[in-house]
Design a protein around this ligand. Structure first.
Ligand SMILES: *Cc1c(COP(=O)(O)O)cnc(C)c1O
Length: 231
């Protein structure tokens, strides 16, 4: 990719828009974490973004992340897995990802629990929900969320932190707001059912729709193209 100056401009611009959206919603900009989605981009771009102050990175494929982060990130950085995880890849998660934000079915909860148990560690996770009910999209149905959340909370190694969703790609502002509000309301319901768990994280919003997501309470936005450029 481009020069570091270019990257800096993009990061500053996203940070400004993020702060603006937060203030518009009467929220503290510091309550929204910016995750830079570095999938398909090389490690040099990640390191340049780190130099510019980014501390959260998102990858959607285990194989790619393993190669890219063979030499680990500095210890104050967090690596998120935000893409579909196959059960047979779960054992590669410990020691590579700090959080899996795309947990969406029982088999992956069980596979991750086994892998973490074996590694003797724990893992933060988000439950991914297909709020819009789009066919072929990852994420559990809203009706399944309570059952899966129960499985996560009763596992010995997984710490549920909240929910994640992806909005329909071509939706207008009204539908986007409905989808993001739907995730927040589902989170509020689950928080009541699971009072011992802290479900404060809402990972929602990408390059095209993060302002709408922040207006509806996003605490994490996952931004790829607006930071690193087109893929
Ligand atoms: C690629 C990806 C993003 C970032 O999308 P952009 O449109 O590049 O901002 C966010 N979330 C998930 C799950 C992704 O796979």
């Amino acid at each position: 990719m481009s020069t570091i100056t270019h990257l800096e401009e993009r990061i500053r611009s996203v940070q400004e828009q993020l702060a603006l959206a937060a203030r518009d919603a009467g929220r503290d900009p510091g309550s929204v974490t910016l995750i830079a989605v570095s999938k398909t981009f090389p490690r040099e771009d990640v390191d340049a973004a780190y130099q510019l102050g980014i501390r959260h990175f998102g990858e959607n494929r285990v194989q790619e992340a393993r190669a890219k982060f063979e030499s680990p990130l500095p210890s104050d950085a967090t690596l998120h897995l935000i893409g579909h995880l196959q059960s047979n890849k779960a054992k590669q998660v410990p020691g590579l990802f700090h959080t899996v934000d795309s947990v969406d079915r029982l088999t992956i909860i069980e596979a991750l629990d086994r892998a973490l148990e074996r590694a003797g560690s724990t893992l933060d996770v988000l439950l991914q929900v297909n709020i819009a009910g789009e066919a072929q999209k990852a994420g559990c149905a809203p009706e399944e969320a309570a059952t899966l959340m129960r499985a996560i909370t009763t596992s010995r190694t997984l710490r549920p932190r909240g929910l994640m969703t992806i909005a329909p790609i071509d939706a207008g502002s009204t539908v986007l707001r409905q989808v993001f509000r739907g995730l927040r309301e589902l989170r509020d319901e689950l928080q009541e059912r699971f009072p011992e768990t802290d479900l404060s994280e809402l990972s929602m919003g990408m390059s095209n729709d993060f302002a709408e997501a922040i207006a509806e309470g996003a605490t994490q936005v996952r931004i790829g193209r607006a930071i690193f450029g087109d893929r």
